[in-house]
Design a protein around this ligand. Structure first.
Ligand code: ATP
Length: 381
């Protein structure tokens, strides 16, 4: 059991700033996902907690105790790496036993055997104990690495993209297993990924990191419905959210929005209109997800926007149609049976009640309709 606290954590490699004053609290028993693009600083953050790297500035606390100068072996933190890091000359059994045989823990062989049998049965690798890592599939190797991490009941699990090398089916299966495992082990976990589905399905909360800075922390719902800026909105969702420039048009108390290169004025939900009555912001970006846009080969209303079909990509049980509207590409989720000719005319309709408004210049979140009720209370922190 452990709470982890990072205060003002800063790390520079030569002249490259890898972490810039990171503050993050991971609650006891929490499953926190650290999510961000390549090079964001995810692995560096884990290494600081594990004690494999030292911060230039700032504190790492585990259960309130500053551990900056505590050696890795004494932090009782277990880290699983993306590349498994198994000993090639040791059997699965001995690989998993290795942390318990270290001079620090030195458990009895009887204790070790019992612990290994318990963990490997849970992970369904108990039939592989005699094999060498080279005789295992990637998925099996990954489970051995996880087993080795789980077997010594650490205070904290640090997992660095542990499912990255698995095929989609196995990744899906392992995700469910990991979730169940964490619930039964009840150990504080920080899990690094740049897979959006993985972040959503595993995290109690998700911390978004970019260019060495924590951008937003919240539940998957908070980040999805009320992203603090366009960058976060762009990470959450597949296909990526459409960002369409617009202009707020005020006519007395009447507040409407006009899309760039379109003449049509669109009514706004009352709470959104009210927000814009209280300020003078004109230049906005509209964040519109692919499932809040529909399309048809016939004009369905006077508000329909005319475009052409740019591309239609099947993605399993649905397809993504990209429409070209005056040079702006709009991604729309359609059924996988949807059939249409490239370059044909298409009419696009948006559901304005689900649009997220961003400031055009700062790209920061402004408002969305019903934002209070979309996000569960008390999830931030
Ligand atoms: P990825 O998803 O690609 O693994 P990441 O978010 O884990 O990325 P880090 O590995 O933490 O990113 O790296 C953060 C930044 O620090 C990157 O720009 C990386 O090139 C740089 N960096 C990391 N380790 C070193 C090092 N030992 N020397 C120099 N630069 C480093």
């Amino acid at each position: 059991m452990a709470q982890i606290e990072l205060n003002n954590l800063t790390k520079t490699y030569k002249s490259h700033s890898a972490l810039k004053s990171v503050d993050l609290t991971v609650k006891d028993k929490e499953f926190l996902v650290l999510f961000g693009p390549a090079g964001a600083g995810k692995t560096t953050t884990l290494k600081m907690i594990a004690g494999l790297e030292f911060p230039d500035e700032g504190l790492v606390k585990i259960n309130g105790e500053i551990v900056n100068i505590v050696p890795p072996a004494n932090r009782n933190v277990s880290m699983v790496f993306e590349n498994y890091a198994l000993y090639p000359h040791l059997s699965v059994y001995d690989n998993i036993a290795s942390p318990m045989r270290s001079s620090l823990y030195r458990e009895s062989e009887e204790y070790i055997k019992e612990a290994i049998l318990k963990v490997t049965a849970k992970m369904k690798i108990d039939h592989l104990l005699e094999r060498l890592p080279s005789q295992l599939s990637n998925g099996q190797r990954q489970r051995v690495a996880l087993g080795r991490c789980l077997v010594r009941k650490p205070n904290v699990f640090l997992m660095d993209e542990p499912l990255a090398h698995l095929d989609a089916k196995l990744r899906h299966f392992m995700r469910a297993e990991l979730k169940e495992m964490q619930a039964s082990f009840d150990t504080t976990t920080i899990y690094v990924t740049h897979d959006y589905m993985e972040a959503l399905s595993l995290g109690d909360r998700i911390a978004i990191i970019n260019q060495g800075e924590i951008v937003q922390i919240g539940t998957g719902e908070e980040l999805f419905y009320t992203p603090c800026n366009q960058f976060v909105a762009g990470l959450m969702g597949e296909p990526e959210i459409n960002i369409i420039p617009g202009e707020i048009i005020r006519d007395g108390a009447n507040v409407r929005v006009k899309l760039a290169r379109q003449n049509q004025l669109y009514e706004l939900p009352e709470d959104v209109a009210d927000f814009f009555r209280g300020n003078s912001i004109e230049q906005v970006n509209l964040g519109v997800r692919g499932n809040d846009v529909s399309c048809s080969s016939e004009r369905t209303s006077t508000k329909s926007i005319k475009g052409t079909v740019y591309v239609l990509e099947p993605i399993g049980n649905r397809s993504i149609l990209t429409a070209d509207v005056e040079g702006q590409k709009i991604r729309i989720i359609v059924s996988n049976s949807y059939d249409v000719d490239m370059d044909s005319t298409i009419y696009v309709d948006m559901d304005f009640s689900d649009i997220i408004f961003f400031d055009r210049e700062s790209e920061e979140f402004l408002i969305r309709h019903n934002q209070e009720s979309l996000v569960k209370e008390g999830a931030n922190g």
